[in-house]
Design a protein around this ligand. Structure first.
Ligand code: G3P
Length: 217
């Protein structure tokens, strides 16, 4: 499973990328706004921190302008993935990007039917929003399983990028459901390392080791 960070905080990203466990980054207009920075600058900086895919979202609602924006974003770095909304206009743009060899991440996916269309349009990634479906009273994880089944039925190449992740439980369940990738907020990524029994066990090991009076070096 590829683990992406869902962030524009380049300091936090650089710190967590040093673990060697960060495979890519996703951003969106809300995260860009939160950063308070110029979008083109922050995307270029992120692309210099991680070698993997970096999703940068278009702001236009019409196909022609999406294409112009996406081509500009793709020109920032070879690892830019152009993020487009799951609309009719977005999927027309997706098909053109695919023809031009530009990688795409189709975002704001909330149904298996939408995901089917995105795959047919040639999307590189599909981003089903688990947390927002949960917030809406649905079972967001069911959507991952449905998309997995449909994509496997027809051997689609589009990768399932589980998004709107709220917990380490979401990451586990998305992996069990067969998502290819998950994009994770930094605090959830850090939570993946943690378990109280690991901490307790380590304390005991260290206490027992100290009692031996030995040194390995
Ligand atoms: O960036 C895509 C997605 O992960 C954002 O989800 O619900 O946390 O805004 P959310």
């Amino acid at each position: 499973m590829q683990l992406f960070l869902d962030t524009t905080d380049t300091k936090v990203l650089a710190d967590l990328a040093a673990t060697g466990l960060v495979d890519g980054v996703t951003t969106n207009p809300s995260l860009i706004a939160k950063s308070g920075r110029n979008m083109l600058e922050v995307i270029a900086e992120i692309c210099g921190i991680v070698e993997g895919p970096v999703s940068a979202e278009v702001s236009a609602m019409d196909t022609a302008t999406m294409l112009a924006e996406g081509r500009k974003l793709a020109g920032l770095a070879p690892n830019v993935v152009v993020k487009v909304p799951l609309t009719r206009e977005g999927l027309v743009a997706t098909a053109e990007f695919a023809a031009e060899g530009i990688q795409t991440n189709v975002t704001l996916c909330f149904s298996a039917s939408q995901a089917l269309l995105a795959a047919k349009a040639g999307a590189s990634y599909i981003s089903p929003f688990i947390g927002r479906l949960d917030d809406h009273g649905a079972e967001g994880m069911d959507l991952i399983a449905e998309i997995r089944a449909i994509y496997d039925n027809y051997d689609f190449d589009t990768e399932i990028l589980a998004a709107s992740i709220r917990s380490s439980q979401h990451v586990k369940e998305a992996a069990l459901a067969g998502a290819d990738c998950a994009t994770i907020p930094p605090d959830v990524f850090l939570a993946l390392f943690k378990h109280p029994l690991t901490e307790r066990g380590l304390q005991q090991f260290m206490a027992d080791w100290k009692g031996t009076g030995q040194s390995i070096l």
